[in-house]
Design a protein around this ligand. Sequence first.
Ligand code: SF4
Ligand code: SF4
Length: 705
Amino acid sequence: MFPVFAEVPAYPLVFVVFWGAAVFFGLVMARHLRVFAAAQASGPNPLADIPARTLGLIRYAFIQVKMFKDPRAGIMHFGIFWGFVLLTIGTADIVTGGIIQTILSLPFDGLIWAAISAMQNVVAVITLAFIVWAFERRLISKPARLTYNWDALTILLMIGGVVGTELLAQAFEFAAYGDKPGAFIAALLAIPLRNLDPGWLQAIFAILWWAHIAIVAAFLCFLPFSKHLHVATAFPNIYFRKLAPRGELPAMDLEAEDATFGVRTLADLGWKDMLDGFTCTECGRCQQACPAWNTGKPLNPKHFIMGIREMSVEAEHGLPLIPNSAIVRDTYGLDDTIKAATMAKPIVDDAIPFDAVWDCVTCGACVEACPVLIEHVDKIIGLRRNLVLEDSRFPAELNGAFRNMEGVGNPWGQPPASRLDWTKGLSFEVPIVADVAAAGKLGELDVLYWVGCAAAFDERNRKVARAFATCLDAAGLNFAVLGQEESCTGDPARRMGNDYVYQMLASANVDTLNRYRMGEKTIVTACPHCFNSIGNEYGQLGGNFRVIHHSAFLRELLADGRLRVIDDGAAPRKSVTLHDSCYMARYNNVVAEPRDVLGAVPGLDLVEMDKNGKNTFCCGAGGGRMWMEETRGTRINAARTDQALSTGASTVATECPFCMTMMKDGLEAAEGNAGGEVRAIDIAELLAESLAPKELAGRQLPVLQ
Ligand code: SF4
Ligand code: SF4
């Protein structure tokens, strides 16, 4: 009946063994999905953005681009994954009665199937080599970021078993019954076996063949309980990845009658969050990149995601594999639906400790590192929202920052009347938008300079504002600032979980900007946090603005020739290292721009830190951490300062006022910088110092005075 497998004893049993396991796999997966369905928050729309989602699937799931950031692990994973996929052609043929082989043997006198057999032999040998390599990593070299347990070893053994038994069974089959076209490696292996007793050859072939099927079936039964479930879930997880800008946190409707403020329990998560949990490969790339974990704090993004998975699995306990029908439930009272109580367990202090929730600097390094595109930050902010808005459970220091933002529109608590104090000492007037509007000259405005609270109130950052304004003036631009009409964008409040204060501040700013029709203008800012809020988040509140970071704007001015530097070869050479801001490089892909500005400054030699560009290491101030005490572990800014000093650079260039503060403090405290010779200087200051005199029109630069 199945001529292709005539030599296999009891072949039809394969349908029971394999398809029985496949049904079991499907039922366990369906039970996982019942927990997903009990989640209340909505997830992505499966029918929207199909082209972008499909492209992402190809890039991240099939080509696995993120895996190659660690080239050794990337090559190994790619080899095992694709080897396993290609070899499933043979297994699929076995479990479908040889139909694939029969069809593909028809054209060209069987050439296609012979070619596939040859390819499978080669792939099997390569895959086995990669599996040996994987064992070496897990048992001998043992990278610190991996989780070591029997799960990974069991799966590796199973994959090795599936591949090895298939190849060896073929070799014994050829020795016992004669070669088949294409499978040349099996044919080579069969040569020395031919001396054995034919009865033994047939018996060993049968054992290996059935061992192959048994391991495949065991794999299917084990997979839904293993972290290797990601071989199935990574595809939907990547397909349904967040497509909104990475820096845009989910919108919150504070007015809705049934509003849940943030995430407290499993039920408050979305199905995609749970899918994230089941997709975590435990690879530890997020943990390895996390500045909080790296400085000895309790936050471990890997453990957080694994914790969500464990809570989801716990919620399944007691559910039968085959759900009762509605009739059975009603008639016999056998209610096997998920109990609300199992979904109502708080996540904080279960999947993640309370302190860890507040250790996060929202740097996004975990999200950037994750090969299966898991979103950690949005979940952590969801937890903060609930802790702040429902429980008032947050570090005491935040009270002051919240009060200041709500009361006077800036976290420093400075009077709005002092917002323009930074302009003192400039030899030109900085126009105020209200005055420009009153004079009927808004149409002549080239650009609105959004100063930001740090540059308005912090003494060191005021110098950056003066340097940047000098560049704008030197370029002959018509620019203006909002002055007292500007308030905090709300970014710190939002990242600290207080969306109420965020929405209050952001709505006021949106109203102001819309009143002056700034949607038709360009807004430039030197603050990445303001940039991210205005550009990526204000759309949720009806504000759609073109905002540009000062690094990109200065690059444009240099490229257009509106800004020129003195380049007479007299500038002494000095080395500079650039500290990339997380909210520019990682969140908004601004990497080349600050480097191009530095490249235009005569005499500067850029030396990169190991962690640069999108792999930058946070300064420690993001996510509202600027206003929190750092009492656990060592200081993040000290770790980053050490990285900067290890380059030997004499200057640390910054592009963010928060980074400026943290790097300045770090450099002043660093033992390796005794005498304070290495200083933090913003890219605008470095450029302003070298502008050609005619651009300066005889003015003295206020930089670093
Ligand atoms: S955002 Fe940064 S600090 Fe927060 S968990 Fe991720 S890597 Fe760690
Ligand atoms: S969350 Fe992503 S990066 Fe972190 S361990 Fe899981 S798969 Fe790896």
